[in-house]
Design a protein around this ligand. Structure first.
Ligand SMILES: Cc1cc2nc3c(=O)[nH]c(=O)nc-3n(C[C@H](O)[C@H](O)[C@H](O)COP(=O)(O)OP(=O)(O)OC[C@H]3O[C@@H](n4cnc5c(N)ncnc54)[C@H](O)[C@@H]3O)c2cc1C
Length: 378
C-alpha cells in the first residue's frame, strides 16, 4: 500500500484549495475526485459567486477579511484575476446587523439613503427601503476559473489529481487512514473529506454523524435592456431568519459572465448523485419578478437558469475540525465559495496538526446545533 502524507477527497473549491495548500507545504498528497474537475453536479460550478465582508457575525467578518487576502494570494500565484471587486449593497433587517458586525471589526462601510443609492447606481430601484448598506470590498469570484486555477497550482506543487476516481472505502488504523478508489488503496496519517453534499454519507461511514442536508439551489441569468448599461454592485436583500429570507441576491456580470439572481433560501432536500436537477420554474418566476422590481435596467425575462446543490447545516455555519485521522471540511450553507482559498490554508493546517487560527468551538462537529439532527443509530 502506498504511503502518503495526506489524502483529499473532493475537488470542488474546498478540496482543490486544500490540495494546493498541502502540496505547497511539501506534503505528498493525492486528490480524489469522483467526476472530472469542473463537473456540474456539486456546489462549485458556474461562472460566478458572490464575495462579501458583510456578515451578521464578527467571526465571519474577520474570516472574510482573511479570505480576501487569500484570494489576492491565489490570483498572484495563478497569474490571473479571480475575484473582481464591485462593491456590495445590503438591505433589510439583516443588513442592520451586518452593519453592526462590520463596525465591531472596524471595516469601512457606508449607510446610503435609498434615493442616493439609486442615483449612485443607476438602474437599481430601492422602493420601500429607507437606507441601504454599501461595503466597497464586495465582489465576484470567478468560480469555474478559481477551481481550475487551484487544481493547476496543486498539480504544479506535486499533488496527484485522480479524476473519475470515486472513493468507496475507508479504513482507520493506529497509523492513520487507508482510502480505496477502484483498485487503488493509499494510506496517510490524515484524510481531508471535502466531499460537499456527499460528505454526510462519507463521514457517517467514518463514525462522524453530521446530518448535513443537501438541498436544491438555483440561479437565473438576466441581460441588460440596453448595451452599455452599467453593472450594479452585488446586492443582498434579506430579513433575519433561516437562510437569506425576503428577496434574494444578485451577482453582477463580470469577466464575460452574465448577471445572475437567486433566492438565498435553500430548496427541497435532494441526493446529489441524482444531479443535475431540472430547473424549477416557480423559483425562476420569483427571481424574474424580483429583478423586474429591483433592477428595471435589466430585462426580467430569464435568459437561462442553472441548478446546483447546497449543503446545509442547522445553524448555517461551517464544520471545520480534525477528528482523529479525518479532517471534516464542510463549508457551504450557500456561502462557502467566497472562503475557498482561505479554507484550503485552514484545512491544510488542521491536517498538519498546526493551529488554523479559527474559533474552534464555532466550527466544531460537537457543537449543540449539530447534535439535534443526528441520524438514527443503525
Ligand atoms: C446556486 C448556488 C449559489 C451559491 N452562491 C454562493 C455565493 O454567491 N457565494 C458563496 O460564497 N457561496 C455560494 N454558494 C456556496 C458555494 O458554492 C459552496 O459552499 C462551495 O462551492 C462548496 O464547495 P465544496 O468544495 O465544499 O463542495 P463541492 O463543490 O460539491 O465539491 C465536493 C466534491 O467532492 C466530490 N466527491 C464527493 N464524494 C466523493 C467520493 N466518494 N470520491 C471522490 N470525490 C467525491 C464531488 O464530486 C465534488 O466535486 C452557492 C452554492 C450554490 C449551489
Amino acid at each position: 500500500m502506498r504511503r502518503l502524507d495526506a489524502i483529499v477527497v473532493g475537488a470542488g473549491v474546498t478540496g482543490s484549495a486544500t490540495a494546493r495548500a498541502l502540496g505547497e507545504r511539501g506534503a505528498e498528497t493525492v486528490l480524489f475526485e469522483q467526476y472530472v474537475v469542473g463537473h456540474r453536479r456539486g456546489s462549485s460550478h458556474g461562472a460566478t459567486r458572490m464575495f462579501r465582508l458583510a456578515y451578521p457575525e464578527p467571526d465571519h467578518v474577520r474570516l472574510a477579511r482573511r479570505a480576501l487576502e487569500s484570494w489576492r494570494g491565489l490570483e498572484s500565484a495563478a497569474g490571473e484575476e479571480l475575484l473582481v471587486t464591485t462593491g456590495g449593497l445590503y438591505t433589510g433587517g439583516w443588513a442592520e446587523v451586518c452593519g453592526a458586525a462590520l463596525a465591531t471589526c472596524g471595516v469601512s462601510r457606508e449607510w446610503l439613503p435609498a434615493a442616493e443609492a439609486e442615483e449612485r447606481f443607476p438602474g437599481v430601484a430601492l422602493d420601500g427601503l429607507e437606507r441601504v448598506l454599501f461595503q466597497a470590498d464586495g465582489g465576484v469570484c470567478l468560480a469555474d476559473r478559481a477551481v481550475a486555477a487551484q487544481v493547476r497550482l496543486a498539480r504544479a506543487a506535486g499533488v496527484e489529481v485522480r479524476e473519475a476516481a470515486e472513493v468507496t472505502r475507508f479504513a482507520i488504523d493506529d497509523r492513520g487512514i487507508a482510502v480505496t478508489s477502484g483498485e487503488e488503496t493509499v494510506h496517510a496519517p490524515v484524510a481531508v473529506i471535502a466531499a460537499g453534499p456527499w460528505a454526510g454519507d462519507l463521514l457517517f461511514e467514518l463514525g462522524i454523524d453530521l446530518a448535513l442536508r443537501p438541498a436544491f439551489a438555483q440561479v437565473t441569468y438576466f441581460d441588460p435592456r440596453a448595451p452599455g448599461t452599467p453593472m450594479p454592485p452585488c446586492l443582498v436583500e434579506a430579513e433575519l431568519g433561516p437562510g437569506v429570507a425576503a428577496g434574494g441576491y444578485w451577482v453582477p456580470g463580470v469577466a464575460g459572465a452574465r448577471l445572475k439572481a437567486g433566492l438565498g433560501t435553500p430548496g427541497r432536500a435532494v441526493h446529489p448523485s441524482l444531479a443535475p436537477f431540472d430547473v424549477d420554474p416557480e423559483r425562476e418566476a420569483l427571481d424574474a419578478a424580483w429583478i423586474a422590481r429591483r433592477l428595471p435596467a435589466f430585462e426580467p425575462a430569464p435568459v437561462e437558469s442553472e441548478t446546483c446543490v447546497y449543503t446545509m447545516t442547522p445553524d448555517e455555519d461551517f464544520v471545520l475540525e480534525r477528528v482523529g485521522p479525518v479532517v471534516v471540511a464542510s463549508a457551504c450553507s450557500g456561502h462557502g465559495f467566497s472562503f475557498g482559498p482561505l479554507l484550503g490554508e485552514i484545512l491544510a493546517a488542521l491536517a498538519a496538526g498546526d493551529d488554523p487560527a479559527i474559533p474552534a468551538e464555532r466550527f466544531s462537529t460537537r457543537r449543540p446545533a449539530l447534535a439535534a439532527s443526528r441520524r438514527p443509530a443503525r
